[in-house]
Every structure is written in structure tokens, then in C-alpha cells.
Design a protein around this ligand. Sequence first.
Ligand SMILES: [Zn+2]
Length: 446
Amino acid sequence: MYPSIYRAMRLFWPGGLETRRHLNELEYTQRLSREELRAFQLARLRGLVKHAYERVPFYRERYRREGIHPDDIQSLEDFHALPFVNKEDIRANLDSMIAQGFPKADLVPNHTGGSTGEPLHFFVGRSFWWWNAANEFRMRRWHGIREGERTAWIWGDQRDMPDWSWRRRLRARIMNQRFLNAFSLTRPKMEAFADMLVLWQPRLIIGYSTALFLFAQFLKGEGIDSIRPRLVEATAEKLWKPQRDLIEEVFHCPVVNHYSSREMGTMAYECEQGALHALDDVRYMEVISDGEAAKPGELGEVVVTSFNHLAMPFIRYKNDDVAIRSDERCACGRGLSVIREIVGRSNDYLVTSEGQFVHSEFFAYLLRARPEVFSYQVYQPDKRHLNIKIVCRQRVDPTWLDDVRRAIRSRFGDPMHISVELVNDIELTPAGKHRYIISEVRPDFV
Ligand SMILES: [Zn+2]
């Protein structure tokens, strides 16, 4: 009953009608065939490039300098010739990236959480939020979840938390949301939240992968298995297989991956068939290796162009993530393309003393497989040093540590200085995320 009242109320909110209109559009575009979608994307990209050329000083200057005119973009291949934009470009040209006709006072300043270093500041127009809300409503509908249904969040970012003003608290009540702070997942807080959820029975639970995993571990330990949402959505961090398995076991429902970021909003979401779909009707996502489109199955950097950031366009933006595309068609029947894996951030890689890159998964296999290990963090300051911190559940003897050290050495080579340290806990990033790998060394393929 409440969700239908909520949906009716929402129409009268600022942007409510627009959000509903966008939602209807997305329900339609996600059913387009691959070919129709490509034509749709080309039309959107051409319009966007024209807009950027005419109204955004940064793009106009850059395209002119490279001899590019919007009329040159006749195909997706032509679009692929446009230069990339990276975080440094945005930091250095923030003001000249804002489109003329979009007064700064009307825009919403925002920034990334800075989990990989310096936060990135940027601006978005209000219409972006309406698009993003529509997008989120659309993809949760894939799993039978409607707007306004009970949602529990395990979250850490203060900007999304309702506890700092009565307005935010009221809004959370109206939106049927309850929050557990992922910053302080203490036993008493998890206990209170679990008790509340048993009575309240959310339809959807959203959280950081690690926070969801910790909460699921707690529930399992306490023998609580009567919280039965329809779906759990893991976001902001990579979801590992053992995490997914435990969360599914505890909540008796599927767990889906939500790939999004502060600056881009949602980019990909898992459907009911388990395929991670790029949301091709709102973003144009490329996976690039050595400047060219990576083949399906091949690792590359994520390059995104957003169709609905008009106030400050992101055109061929390198967001520092690494992904693998797939050419499979999903049984769900949507034309949206499939991503095999969001592998992580490009600095989730480590480099051996010979310059070969080692994916962070190496440490996942090495350390997560050991029952003694609760958590870990690997820090590589340069090509010669590797510092590993490990939090253990129980006491381990020196031979255990030697064994870990030996396994790391065999992968990274003798010249590497390797330190392995047992610690009591590992600090979270300012956004409340756990970082398993922090590397200051860029691998060669980037
Ligand atoms: Zn699908």
C-alpha cells in the first residue's frame, strides 16, 4: 500500500514528473535491439559533442586544437577518435568545463570520496539526479522492487546519511529507508539493527560489499536468519565470490552487483539472469586497451561518456577502473550489453620487480583462503617495496608468517623488499570503504 502512495506523492516533488518520464523512456530503450541501441547512442553522442563544442570552453578549445568539428562525427568509429578526458584534466579545468547557460549557482557541487587519493570535484545539474533516480528505479524493477519499498542501507558516506538534520531524517522516513553506519559496525549497533530488521522486514538491502559481508557474518554467528529481503545490492566495492555466497545464504535471496560512482552515477547493474549489464541507454561505456577498444574477454580501462551530464559534460572520461567486456547476449532479452567483470580500479594492480603486473586477486587467493585471516591490506609505494598488513582472527606462529612471505616472494621476485606485519585493525578510507590494495605504481598497460 505505502509504495503506491509514495509513488503518487513523488510526482509532486521537484523533478518528480521528469523522473517518471525518464523512467518510462528507459523502460522502452532497454528493450531496443543491439542495432537500434547503437543508433540511439550515436544520436545521443552527436548531440552531446555538438553541445560541448558550442557551449563548453574546455571541449571547444581542445577539439579545435585537434581539428575536430562535431559534424565530423558520423559514426561510433568517428566518436572513438575524440581525445580522452582524465581526472587531471578535470582538476585543472573545472571552471571551463561548465557549459555556458548553466549558471554555477544552479549547479550542485559534488566530489568523489577520494578512496584512491585526492578527491575529484565536479558539478552536476539537477536534471542529472532525476535521470539517475529514474535509472535506479528502472534497474531495481528488474528484480520486482518498486520505488518506495522498504530499504535498509549499510552505508558510511555522510552525504547520504540521514542523521545530520531533521530534514534528512524525515526524508529517509518518507522514502522508507533505514540506515546502519558502516563506519562503526560495532556489535551493539549490529545487534540493534538486526532486531529492527527482523520486525521491519526490508524488501531491499543496499551496502558496501565488505560491510554487507561483515553484517552477514554477524547474523550467521548469532543464528539470525529471519531477515528475508527480496534482493541485496552490493555497491562501491568489488564483490568477491565468498562474500556473495555468505550474504546469499544469510538473507536467502540473490545478491546483485551495482557498478556506480559519484561522478557518473549508475553505470552497470546485474539483471535477474545474473548478467552485469552496461546501461547503454544512459552511458556510452568503452573498455580500452593500448588506446584501442579491448576485445571481449580482454582487460582494459573503462572510458565513459554520460548522456545526461549536460551542465558539465563527461566525454570519453577515464575513471581509473578496469573491466572486461563480454559479447554474450543475455537471456533476459534486454539489448543492453554485458560486462564480464569490473575487475577493480587500475591501481588495484601491483608490479613485480621485473615490471610485470599482478592483479589484486593474487592476494585474495593467497590470504582469503586462509581461515586465520580476517582482513588485509597491501601497499606498494614503488617497484621495490611491498608492505602487507594482516588482521588475524587468532594467533599465528612464525612459520605461518614465513609461509605467507615465501608465497609472496615467489610471485614478486627476489629484489622486492617485502614486509608482512600483523596488526589489530586497518583504517577505512574517508568514505568508509576498505581498500585491499593501494598502489602508487601504475601498471604498464594503462
Ligand atoms: Zn540480462
